[in-house]
Design a protein around this ligand. Structure first.
Ligand SMILES: NC(=O)c1ccc[n+]([C@@H]2O[C@H](COP(=O)([O-])OP(=O)(O)OC[C@H]3O[C@@H](n4cnc5c(N)ncnc54)[C@H](OP(=O)(O)O)[C@@H]3O)[C@@H](O)[C@H]2O)c1
Length: 326
């Protein structure tokens, strides 16, 4: 009698384990397909490329400098499934050549996903910037992703795969000094949102990654001083903006960046979820636990309220005091 009971318990246990293993398998995409990532020389793209190869995907790692240190370290650590491609996303000929290489080297499962990761960042008030500053930002962050998407979508569609876009909290969070970056990321999200609607009929899923402050975890931060920006101003702007304030703004910006995440893992985990879960999210917001409530609420607040938040900032008050003074 006892041995019969043991047998029943054993069978139930086996059924539960097999069921949970198979449903776990169903929640994750089986590797074997290929994934193209742009901007793998450093930062999120670099980390993601290694993680995906270790999980069994064939990786096409787009690099701005295929002979540079970032690309070379990816090659050195590769187990043979990672291919470095020269891919400057602002260049039609690079995208065309990269597509030909990908097509020639596709595994049987085809191109499962494209991660549009490339991005540059800069900061400056609108009147400290030139039209060329805006154009460069949009050319890389927005048109680079659009150019890459249009080229590779037929391959991803054939695999009923994934398109992933690396945006930022600045796509929706309005802030001093971030206009050019925000323009590029808001545009990127508009593109990704429209694409998701169009791709739904083809079973292609589109996800947007919205990292907060990970400036210490990647190479995105480029150093510049108040003096660097001051030198770019014309005489009219020099009458309006104060050089000391520009240095203060620079110090404030750098200290804010130093307070960010030092580890890219939360972003890489979100990217992996978007690529491998059978139920990827439309958006992944990656900010600290304390900031999460604020950033979730912010897009729903009326503009009058979000604008008035600036008046609570001591830097904003200092800026107003220092305008027009030399
Ligand atoms: N780190 C953060 O705090 C943060 C927050 C929100 C969103 N993001 C987004 O995350 C994405 C990845 O950035 P990251 O932080 O990992 O920065 P990163 O370390 O600078 O990585 C971006 C890579 O893209 C490369 N790149 C620049 N222009 C390119 C082009 N035209 N074609 C191909 N590659 C190009 C960069 O090369 P160079 O270094 O030579 O320019 C760099 O290696 C970006 O879209 C960024 O906007 C980052």
């Amino acid at each position: 009698m006892i041995s019969l009971l043991c047998l029943v318990v054993l069978v139930v246990l086996v059924v539960v384990v097999v069921h949970s293993l198979s449903s776990r398998r169903r929640r994750h995409v089986q590797p074997g397909g290929a994934i193209l990532i742009t901007g793998c020389d450093s930062g999120f793209g670099h980390h993601l490329a290694g993680s995906l190869e270790r999980r069994g995907f064939v990786v096409f790692a787009g690099c701005l400098y295929p002979d540079g240190a970032g690309a070379q370290s990816l090659s050195a650590q590769s187990s043979g499934k990672l291919n470095i491609l020269k891919l400057d996303v602002t260049k039609d000929e690079d995208v065309k050549r990269a597509k030909a290489v990908v097509q020639e080297n596709l595994p049987e499962k085809g191109l499962w996903a494209v991660v549009n990761n490339v991005g540059i960042s800069d900061w400056a008030e609108i009147e400290w910037s030139s039209i060329e500053d805006f154009q460069r930002m949009v050319d890389i962050n927005l048109f680079g992703a659009i150019r890459t998407s249009i080229a590779f979508l037929p391959l991803v569609r054939a695999a009923k795969g994934r398109m992933v876009y690396v945006s930022s909290i600045f796509s929706f969070f309005n802030c001093l000094n971030m206009a050019a970056y925000s323009v590029s990321k808001r545009g990127l999200e508009a593109f990704a949102d429209c694409l998701r609607v169009e791709m739904d009929s083809f079973d292609v899923k589109v996800s947007i990654i919205q990292p907060g402050n990970f400036g210490q975890a990647t190479s995105i931060l480029k150093m510049k001083t108040g003096l660097d920006m001051w030198k770019k101003l014309d005489d009219e702007r020099k009458q309006t903006f104060n050089q000391q304030y520009m240095q203060l703004a620079s110090d404030y910006f750098m200290s804010t960046c130093r307070a960010g995440f030092k580890d890219a893992t939360p972003v890489i985990d979100a990217m992996l979820h978007a690529l491998t879960s059978t139920q990827p999210k439309r958006r992944y917001l990656l900010v600290s636990k304390t900031d999460m409530f604020f950033f979730r609420l912010y897009p729903f607040l009326p503009t009058i309220l979000t604008d008035s938040m600036f008046h609570l900032s001591s830097m904003y008050a200092k800026r107003k005091e220092m305008l027009y003074t030399q």
